[in-house]
Design a protein around this ligand. Structure first.
Ligand SMILES: Nc1nc2c(ncn2[C@@H]2O[C@H](COP(=O)(O)OP(=O)(O)OP(=O)(O)O)[C@@H](O)[C@H]2O)c(=O)[nH]1
Ligand SMILES: [Mg+2]
Length: 296
């Protein structure tokens, strides 16, 4: 906790220094996220970066499979002294996981990790939470269209700063090229998120490592352009505000429901509302009035 406080204080002073880089990575199951992080992470540590990988996957708490899977899929990176891999917290709601991840990012940066990768599977709401945590949001997709990509939410493409087509190797190269072209045209029609950055579509292979150095160059270029235009700082500032509000929203409902006056009346009022005896608005006003009165 102390590191966290010190670091937050330091971060506020040095918001303009921006020495760290937070990269969000999302993609449908099987896109190759774990394999990519292994390859990309090793590339970064070979360039003297310190890399932290944080998984955000509230659903994995039920399967419990993600830790085992990722240990075997990132065999080298998990043994690398310059890398830290944190599996998804094994409990809690998306709100809870989001909070611990926000704090883990700050902690990792405070202990010297300059690149933080936040990974999530792109089929729920967690990818939007991750997009609000990072400096750049990457969408990783396999070279397959239609059915296989149906699982990813349409809106997720709109928040992507870069689309990475993985598995561009061997027989899959033509398909990967096709998908790349499709995404380039699709992105042309999307509303731009940044004044200075046009979303790009790159092609890589996590097996052969083709395209990985070029991808890092593109990410670094993004960072440079964003820092120079001050959008980098503005985004982080907005995110700090979002983090605070998320936390307030998550907690205020708990405080409300646990309030003794509210607790007493809640079941009865819910019942009356369902029967149509009082309007929902009236019942809510009544409960809120009682809630506020306990603080007077
Ligand atoms: N040909 C090829 N296959 C790949 C590549 N990257 C990953 N794969 C394969 O794709 C499959 C899925 O890879 P994972 O890294 O487990 O994918 P993931 O996105 O982490 O999957 P989940 O954790 O289930 O969401 C595995 O069989 C990998 O070997 C690649 O660059 N080329
Ligand atoms: Mg995985």
């Amino acid at each position: 906790m102390k590191i966290l406080h010190d670091n937050i204080a330091e971060n506020t002073h040095s918001l303009s220094k921006q020495t760290t880089f937070r990269i969000g990575l999302s993609g449908p199951p099987g896109a190759g996220k774990s394999t990519f992080i292994e390859a990309f992470g090793k590339y970064l540590t070979s360039k003297n970066h310190k890399v932290a990988v944080l998984a955000v996957d509230p659903s994995s708490s039920t399967t419990g499979g993600s830790l085992l899977g990722d240990k075997t899929r990132m065999p080298e990176l998990s043994c690398d002294d310059n890398a830290y891999i944190r599996p998804s917290p094994s409990c809690g709601t998306l709100g809870g996981v989001t909070r611990t991840t926000n704090e883990a990012i700050v902690l990792c940066e405070g202990t010297g990790f300059d690149v933080v990768i936040v990974e999530t599977v792109g089929v729920g709401q967690s990818e939007f939470a991750v997009a609000d945590m990072v400096d750049i949001f990457c969408l990783l997709i396999p070279p397959a269209g239609g059915d296989e990509l149906q699982g990813i939410k349409k809106g997720i493409v709109e928040v992507a700063d870069i689309v990475i087509v993985n598995k561009s190797d061997g027989d899959l190269i033509p398909a990967a090229r096709r998908i790349q072209t499709e995404y380039i045209s699709a992105l042309k029609f999307m509303r731009k998120r940044s004044k200075v950055w046009k979303p790009k579509v790159t092609r890589i292979s996590s097996f052969t490592k083709d395209g990985i150095p070029e991808l890092w160059d593109t990410l670094s270029e993004y960072r440079k352009v964003m820092v120079e235009s001050t959008e980098f700082t503005t985004r982080r500032q907005k995110q700090l505000k979002i983090w605070m509000w998320n936390h307030i929203k998550d907690n205020i409902l708990d405080v409300f429901c646990e309030n003794h006056k509210v607790e007493d009346k809640l079941p009865m009022l819910e019942n009356l509302v369902m029967k149509g005896a009082v309007t929902p608005g009236f019942a809510a006003d009544l409960l809120l009035r009682d809630f506020i009165q306990t603080f007077k």
